[in-house]
Design a protein around this ligand. Sequence first.
Ligand code: SF4
Length: 444
Amino acid sequence: MSLRPWTYHPDLLAVPVPRYTSFPTAAEFGDGMGTAGLDAALGDVTADEPVSLYAHVPYCREICWYCGCNTGAANRAGRLDAYVQRLGQEIEAVAARLGGRGRVQRIAWGGGSPNALSVDAFRRLSARMHSAFGAISPVTSIELDPRAFDAGWAELLAELGGARVSLGVQTFAPHIQAAIGRVQPQAMVEETVAALRTARAESINFDLMYGLPHQSEADLADSIERSIALRPERIAVFGYAHVPDLLPRQRVIDATALPCVEARFRQAELAHDLLIAAGYVAIGFDHFALPEDAIAVAAREGRLRRNFQGFTEDPADVLLGLGASAIGVFPGALLQNEKNAGRYQMRVAAGGTAVARGLVRSADDRLRGALIERLLCNGGADLAPLPELASIRERLAPHAERGLIAWEGDRLAIMPEAAPYARSIAATLDPYRQPSARRFSSAV
Ligand code: SF4
């Protein structure tokens, strides 16, 4: 397959933009939401509606310096036990409030690292989740840290039957691993993959990164080639976002060793080209999958979605967020639990639930959210319903002049080689974004 090269237009990437894993984004959440908001949202769930669950484990065996997740060190067993107990309590409280409505079809475990928990603790928690929500054979996905993976976890995954596993790999280059505080020999990843295959994991995802300190194009190409050799069904390639003012743990990363914006752009292009050449299909702007994987099939059939876990084939409009910082998604609301693990546990102990922030989605929010999702997932959307279409056309004139987009009537199409500009293009539909705002990560 011949690929059209990406063209670097720094002026079109100058403004940081959200990742649009929701709309409105979490930056718009307010403090005024609580259990009443949760009850109202749960009350709108109909009897047979597909429901997905996301449970957050905010602990890791070791903390990586680059990490932007809500997580802390799992350095005391008592700390984890207390969290697991409260998470179980929240699971049962939310399930009781849902009152048997909805059909739970998917359960995702993320963090942090769910495998920071002991195998037994996780097994009990998972059983509690299935029982509370009456989940029968749900699709289960789980994020795993290869550094904390062992035979017990492999056994547990075999019991779960066909789980989808996401592994934090990031880079195979030892000098970069040392510079980001995540030392993880290649043999450890290979052994984890082999154990997951034996456990019949349905699909394996690798998270990789570009834009890391001291990372050259050769380093990135080497990590991509080593990944391809292990043939994970999915590979996500994320740009490292260096925001030490927001994430103090990143202060130990040498900012002078980071690639510049143009180098990041070229790295993203290199990763894309290598993966396409190896037979992977581009999914949205940062995921890749083998053509037979469920997410690639969904993309081909126009069923790709975007949620807090990135691009997904999960069709559910209702996602219940459980655990510290987890975000629940409902057609009419976005609701986030208390972020701090200690305060989360106090809230659950006091009342069973932990919603602390969020927003009610207006009809306009829902319309724009759907259009942004179509743009990012399908590469195009009919913008006729937007009252400010003329001004959107004006703002996108530089993109049109450079062949990054095309208009067919009121339908906006993003060209395949304009993937790095997709989020910036989507941001023109976002009335919450001011051109001068700098709260988000680099556009590439
Ligand atoms: S293992 Fe993952 S979640 Fe945990 S600190 Fe490292 S990057 Fe963050």
